[in-house]
Ligand binder design. Structure first.
Ligand code: SF4
Length: 244
């Protein structure tokens, strides 16, 4: 995509174009898809919901959208009534599902993000399968994909990244990440333009300092350049680390 367009267009147009490009290039959405959007109430997943609603007119494909928010017993940062109001405006039915993440902890075990996200992911998949969805859309963006790649390499010694599309073998469901081509700063600007609430996570277990350090390192070596980050994404795609 021409850098001139990325500099001059309105934020919402940029995010829409980048999402459409990801959808076309990776074949993320097909005719008749039933897509469940995982919404946390934050700017990324709410922007994702907006963009998928907008793309219905652009892609000329019929697909059904619904949104699922998973609440837990200790994280209440999201303003659910505002979220459901926005989703209603965009024609997306909304469901809130409570998962007692804390209550499922075995005795003597400490709460941590890995446990929490595994519980949430399991419930998300279960809900999608039981309710006839064949795709789950997640709001991860370009910076998330790149940060995760470098963190997996430096922390776990693994060459792995978040795939833009992942088809599960065990379940009749695929994960899609339509915002994988958009930088976080572009999503922030788009969310501002759409008056999407930027709810800060108040979860007491949510201090992810390693990710913050990696974000800073990537900003240092990329000079904050979107073009460099897109080249990294291209390199990852070429090595099939971003494929299913
Ligand atoms: S920050 Fe809190 S809500 Fe988010 S994954 Fe970690 S424990 Fe769960």
């Amino acid at each position: 995509m021409a850098d001139r367009f990325l500099r001059r267009a309105a934020p919402r147009e940029i995010v829409k174009k980048l999402a459409a490009r990801a959808v076309y290039e990776r074949n993320l959405i097909e005719e008749g898809d039933r897509i469940l959007i995982a919404v946390s109430g934050g700017k990324d997943s709410t922007t994702l919901a907006w963009v998928l609603a907008e793309l219905r007119a652009v892609l000329k494909r019929n697909y059904r959208l619904a949104a699922l928010h998973i609440s837990s017993d200790f994280c209440s940062c999201c303003k659910k009534s505002i979220l459901s109001q926005k989703l209603e405006e965009w024609g997306i039915p909304f469901t809130d599902l409570f998962v007692p993440v804390m209550g499922r902890l075995k005795e003597g075990r400490k709460m941590n993000c890995y446990w929490c996200s595994t519980q949430r992911r399991t419930e998300l998949l279960k809900y999608a399968v039981e309710n006839g969805f064949n795709k789950i859309a997640l709001g991860h963006h370009l910076d998330d994909v790149i940060e995760t790649f470098f963190m997996n390499m430096t922390e776990k010694g693994e060459l792995s990244a978040m795939p833009v599309m992942l088809a599960y073998r065990k379940y009749p469901v695929s994960l899609i990440r339509p915002l994988a081509y958009a930088e976080e700063r572009q999503i922030v600007s788009c969310a501002d333009e759409l008056s999407i609430l930027k709810a800060a996570c108040t979860c007491p277990y949510g201090v992810n300092s390693k990710r913050r350090v990696m974000r800073k390192k990537i900003a240092d070596f990329s000079g904050g350049s979107g073009a460099v980050k897109r080249r990294i994404l291209r390199a990852l795609s070429g090595s099939d680390l971003l494929e299913e």
